[in-house]
Design a protein around this ligand. Structure first.
Ligand code: AGP
Length: 607
């Protein structure tokens, strides 16, 4: 999605804006720009492509004089990814510049109204409509703050924007609705950005803006108002603990590899303070006031949806709670069937996924309790949920989600045990096995990940020319097969399908040939014999097989990838990084843009 950074303070603004945009690159973009006021004039620089193209244009003498300005990286939603459509956008008289993330859904209707008022448009974007609307508002009200409020009352859709005015050097206005925007408060300087890493090198003091809040700030002060009424809104300042290094690559070639290797620590972080070893009690104070549901309904997208499918197996087996798992973009457009004692669980790394957020709003309108499982404190889903569990995975920068899914699985595993205990269904032996195995898991992973990475690197040299791939699994490894397929296709661009292994003979096996290999998750579990016979069916049709398996499986396949073994469902935490590493190494081998794959964004904040 688009990235926004705005700065007002004592430093030269342009270098701050550029560095801020660089830390937002992970959100995916195809053009960039910035604007500032200097000598009573708005200066605008924009370029299609990466930030280097924008930096190449910053050659004018004024560039280092301005101490406030706005910057933007655009992920095209309306109009082509070219310079004309790049942000910032100016009103026709170049009095106001604005950068925006979101979609103005009624922009055509507003554009028609503005054209009738004599406005001239140069781009195809909805954003230009917004800046022209505000400009009209200034003519009507004489006040930028009032003009913004007036304009936003006409707007439908989602927005997070920052705005500067030629007539008010040093002042910045910003507002949000259904799109993330955070205020950073420094000493003699203030920031607004789409995400915390954009200003983290300068301040850890953050103010999370809520929907329909408008901020007006300069280098010394900031104030928040309610859009519409313009009533002042009091906000609390929170201090973030992330250090800049944590949001950098830490020596790894890509954020994705760093985040895969962070998973042992993520498991430790998720377990910290969650298990009372003396009693075996799971501690989840976040859900202490939530009654144990008769039914759980999980809603998510992408990798988070796969985490939801995996959770179904655990929740039904430990807590005997029936679970429905739905893709958010499907859930939100069908009738919601009210059901007593049901709890909805939204799973989202970013906490800003538009479809998941929309589903959450629908559920809340019906008065049902929503539990959010998020990785970003202060994100929209984290704030809108009635109860929220934060996954403590730290900033996940790579577009391909890895450690966030790991943290989601740890916490939903704990939630299954928690509710099982509340229903007196928890076998103390299970808890002992789980706790002891979980405690040992991170160290084993720390030790084994380098070798797993090497195995993945050698396998990808054999299979990277495949035109398509099957990923097969049974039971709780079926969701992991789906995830393995998603990882491979989203970063290496090789077509891949995840399938329940038992489904193969119901059609997909027609596709098997030497150029359509299979990665099968075939662990030493009760379903091993079943998947073993599936593999024979594939071999009978000359299909090549990588078997992700454990010592002593006795499988005869093209490539046996032996991974460490632990107790029952916790073997998931060896399977998941193996699948991630296979996708990662394949993408690197094929020379793909691993952290920012084409057409993708880290947080899909539009439909
Ligand atoms: C996963 O690798 C993808 N980046 C994507 O499917 C992602 O999981 C999905 O967009 C959901 O994002 P969320 O967890 O932030 O809601």
């Amino acid at each position: 999605m688009c990235g926004i950074i705005a700065y007002t303070g004592h430093r030269p603004a342009v270098p701050v804006l550029i560095e801020g945009l660089k830390s937002l690159e992970y959100r995916g973009y195809d053009s960039a720009g910035l604007a500032f006021v200097h000598m009573n004039r708005l200066h605008l620089f924009r370029a299609s492509g990466k930030l280097e193209a924008l930096e190449a244009k910053l050659d004018s003498g004024h560039v280092l004089h301005a101490t406030s300005g706005i910057g933007h990286t655009r992920w095209a939603t309306h109009g082509l990814p070219n310079e004309v459509n790049a942000h910032p956008h100016l009103d026709i008289n170049a009095h106001i510049a604005l950068v925006h993330n979101g979609i103005i859904e009624n922009f055509q209707e507003l554009k028609t109204m503005l054209v009738d008022c004599g406005c001239i448009f140069r781009s195809e974007t909805d954003t230009e409509v917004l800046v022209c609307l505000v400009s009209q508002g200034v003519k009507k009200t004489g006040s930028v703050r009032e003009a913004i409020s007036w304009a936003l009352n006409l707007v439908e859709g989602s927005y997070a924007f920052a705005l500067i005015s030629r007539d008010h050097p040093g002042t910045i206005w910003a507002a949000r609705h259904a799109s993330p925007l955070i205020l950073g408060h420094g000493t003699g300087e203030n920031f607004v950005a789409s995400d915390i890493p954009a200003f983290l090198p300068f301040t850890r003091e953050v103010i999370f803006l809520e929907d329909n809040e408008l901020v007006e700030m300069n280098s010394e002060k900031w104030a928040v108002f309610e859009v519409g009424t313009l009533k002042p809104v009091s906000k609390s300042i929170q201090t973030v603990s992330w250090d800049v290094q944590a949001a950098r690559k830490g020596g790894y070639k890509h954020f994705m590899l760093k985040e895969i290797f962070e998973q042992p620590q993520v498991i430790r972080n998720c377990l910290a303070g969650r298990i009372e070893r003396r009693t075996g009690n799971v501690l989840l104070p976040e859900v202490a006031n939530l009654s144990v549901p008769k039914r759980l309904h999980i809603i998510a997208c992408g990798t988070s949806y796969h985490a939801g499918l995996w959770t179904k197996y655990l929740m039904e087996s430990f807590a005997r709670i029936p679970v429905d798992v739905e893709i958010a973009s499907e859930f939100r457009y069908k009738p919601l069937v009210p059901e007593k004692d049901k709890v909805y669980l939204t799973i989202s790394q970013s906490g800003e996924t538009a479809d998941t957020l929309a589903a959450l709003s629908l559920i809340k309108e019906q008065g049902f309790p929503v539990l959010g499982l998020c990785n970003v404190a202060g994100s929209s889903i984290a704030r809108e949920s009635d109860h929220v569990i934060l996954t403590q995975a730290g900033p996940e920068i790579s577009v391909a989600s890895t450690k966030a899914m790991c943290s989601q699985l740890v916490l939903t595993f704990l939630l299954s045990l928690y509710w099982a205990r509340h229903k007196n269904l928890l076998d103390p032996q299970i808890v002992d096995r789980a706790v002891n195995s979980f405690d040992a898991l991170p160290d084993i992973l720390d030790q084994k990940l380098p070798a797993m990475s090497e195995t993945a690197a050698s396998l990808c040299r054999i299979y990277s020319s495949a035109r398509s791939f099957f990923f097969l699994g049974r039971g709780l490894y079926y969701p992991l097969a789906l995830e393995g397929a998603l990882k491979l296709k989203e970063i290496s661009y090789i077509h891949a399908e995840g399938y329940a292994a038992g489904e193969l003979k119901h059609g997909p096996i027609a596709l098997i040939d030497p150029d359509f290999p299979t990665l099968a998750i075939a662990l030493a579990d009760p379903l091993f014999r079943k998947i073993k016979s599936n593999l024979k069916e594939i071999q009978a049709r000359k299909g090549r097989i990588i078997a992700l398996t454990q010592e002593g499986s006795g499988l005869t396949v093209d490539n046996e990838w032996v991974i460490p073994q632990t107790w029952g469902p916790l073997n998931t935490f060896f399977v998941l990084p193996a699948l991630q590493l296979f996708a990662y190494e394949t993408a690197v081998y094929l020379g793909k843009d691993v952290d920012q794959p084409r057409n993708l964004a880290k947080s899909v904040t539009v439909e």
